[in-house]
Design a protein around this ligand. Structure first.
Ligand code: PEP
Ligand code: MG
Length: 596
């Protein structure tokens, strides 16, 4: 397959688009186009005709919206989980708020606006106001207000729910943008793949797609307007490539990769209960990255030995608001129980950057959010949020091997402050008579060059390190990880990145602590070999990536991986390292070459 940017490549019929790979895997099937963003309304809709008739229309649409939301809540509770159903509780609260609906009515009456315009304008005003409040809970209503406003407007315009609940045949969903509440409604077993105009690899839909193991490509700008329902679409989620109306050679390549994948996956099934150990006896802990509690079965089925990264921000993103301490206790305790005696590494909130919500990060209005109040910086500024999360994690530490991990550490002072708060929470819980692990293992993510360069200092404060290569690459190379204009500069094998990783591993080992990688580098069998040779102790990745990585580990003597890593570290360019890794895997596990 070839690609040449966002536009068609000129071949008759077929068109190749390049976006951001959001969830690995290949898919081919007919498109189902879901377009229906009502964020921009046509100007001719601005004024109401008869004001009283307009208000009656509005009330009808609000009533219809309420009925839909209640039905959706029940449907999602039954089909998905109570966790996801909570999104609709928040939406119903917005709708029940007299301030919201009352103001829409007043706007129609006093300004003669159409109901659609009144909804849009009140939603904009209200969410702006909410986003600027100090109260955490209220601020987070901003996202819900927008979601509910969209639904009311669609009801006013008679645009049916964009998202089908049933599909008579499997298809590739092509959309301009889907909200969280829309995404959870899709019939998962019939969705072959996702293609979206907006979004990034770490956008909410991308996270969901990865959790569901549905191949996805996002950030395709205006792709959905070029596709009609029924058009053949081929997508490669690992490479971020979409082919519209693919040619015969494209399809042949697709079928070849799909067949190899099926065969390799069947073979790899047999590794499920085997350890990830090299022929010369080096054991690597292979863990899984998850975003919610629906993924335990996948973790175990794919043979992971535990959870190496629980991205808890997902609990906030699905709700569109903060998860309370009680809600978090429920989630973490059930994770610990489901996985016991296996480890569960719970990463504290990593909101901000591109993972905005009504509150967290949104309130700061920063020009460079990835360099702003993200993650641990947000938590240290909002100790009440941090405290609730640490307390919930500590609750869970009483029932399983739960560990806590701090993201985006750039300086030792952050680690010290976080640990201080952790100790305060432990004292509080002890005073309350709540059992928890007084020696809960604590880890720091190494994902900023300053952290890698001072890893020896940081190692004194923690029990383990986990290298977040997704961010480490972005911050080392000054390449925005979600900006597809510079995606060619995002190079995991860049010598600077490898040197920082090696520094971190060596510093950790000198201080006697273990070190893992939980960024996407860990999921690529070629790069996993390199990391093995560099001395990594643990690798954590999406559950479906575990079998192939286990396979190469079991086929590669540590001594050979070490020799390869030594040569790689002496190389001058990312390309040379890439080639070295490719040659290495060609010798060790050629069947995996089509997958990487
Ligand atoms: C990373 O940065 O590599 C990482 C694992 O964290 P996230 O992708 O959630 O930022
Ligand atoms: Mg990160």
């Amino acid at each position: 397959m070839s690609s040449d940017g966002h536009t068609a490549d000129g071949r008759a019929g077929a068109a190749v688009w390049r976006g951001v790979g959001a969830a690995a895997g290949v898919a081919f099937g007919p498109a189902l186009v879901i377009r229906g963003s009502v964020d921009e309304l046509p100007a001719e809709l601005a004024a109401a005709g008869d004001v009283e008739a307009e208000i009656a229309r509005l009330l009808q649409a609000v009533a219809r919206t309420r009925e839909q939301l209640m039905a959706l809540r029940e449907e999602v509770r039954a089909r998905v989980s109570g966790n996801e159903a909570a999104i609709f509780d928040s939406h119903l609260q917005v709708l029940a708020d007299a301030q919201f609906t009352g103001r829409i009515r007043d706007t129609v009456r006093t300004q003669g606006s159409s109901a659609e315009f009144a909804v849009r304008s009140v939603a904009d005003q209200l969410s702006r106001k909410l986003a600027s409040l100090t109260d955490e809970y209220l601020r987070e209503r901003a996202v819900d207000v927008h979601d509910v406003a969209r639904r009311i407007i669609r009801n006013l315009l008679g645009i049916p729910d964009m998202v089908p609940r049933e599909l008579d045949r499997p298809c590739v969903i092509v959309a301009d943008a889907l909200t969280p509440s829309e995404t959870v409604l899709l019939p998962r077993d019939r969705v072959l793949g996702f293609v979206m105009d907006r979004g990034s690899a770490t956008s909410h839909t991308a996270l969901l797609a990865r959790a569901l193991e549905i191949p996805a490509v996002v950030g395709l700008h205006n792709f959905s307007s070029e596709v009609r329902t029924g058009d053949a679409v081929l997508l490669d989620g690992a490479r971020g490539i979409v082919v519209l109306r693919p040619s015969k050679p494209d399809l042949d390549a697709f079928h070849r990769v799909a067949a190899v994948r099926r065969r390799v996956e069947t073979d790899l099934q047999q590794l499920r209960h085997l350890p990830a150990v090299t022929p010369d006896g080096r054991v690597i802990e292979l863990h899984a990255n998850i975003e919610n509690n629906t993924e335990f079965a996948a973790v175990l089925e794919h043979g992971a030995a535990g959870i190496g990264l629980y991205r808890t921000e997902y609990l906030w993103l699905t709700r569109g608001r903060a998860a309370s301490e009680a809600e978090q206790i429920e989630v973490y305790v059930s994770a610990a129980r489901a996985m016991a005696p296996r480890p569960v590494i719970i990463r504290v909130l990593d909101l901000g950057g591109d993972k905005f919500m009504g509150a967290a990060g949104g309130e700061y209005r920063e020009a460079n959010p990835f360099l702003g109040v993200r993650s641990i910086r947000y938590l240290l500024r909002h100790p009440e949020v941090f405290r609730a999360q640490l307390r919930a994690i500590l609750h869970a530490s009483a029932v399983g091997d739960v560990r806590v991990m701090y993201p985006m550490i750039s300086d030792v002072s952050e680690l010290k402050q976080a640990n201080e708060l952790l100790r305060t929470c432990q004292r509080e819980l002890a005073a309350e008579g709540v059992a928890c692990n007084a020696r809960i293992p604590v880890g720091a993510m190494i994902e900023i060059p300053s952290a890698a360069l001072t890893a020896d200092v940081l190692a004194e404060q923690v029990d383990f390190f986990c290298i977040g290569t997704n961010d480490l690459i972005q911050y080392t190379l000054a390449v925005d990880r979600v900006n597809d204009n510079v995606i060619h500069l995002y190079q995991p094998t860049h010598p600077s990145v490898l040197r920082l990783i090696q520094l971190t591993i060596d510093a950790a080992h000198r201080r006697g602590i273990w070190v893992g990688v939980c960024g996407e580098m860990a999921a690529d069998p070629m790069l996993a070999m390199l990391l093995l040779g560099m001395g990594i102790d643990e690798l954590s990745m999406s559950p479906s990536a575990v079998p192939a990585v286990k396979d190469v580990i079991r086929k590669t003597p540590l001594a050979e991986a070490r020799a390869m890593a030594k040569t790689a570290l002496a190389a001058g360019t990312a390309g040379e390292v890439q080639q070295l890794c490719r040659d290495f895997i060609r010798q060790r596990a050629p069947e995996l070459l089509d997958l990487v």
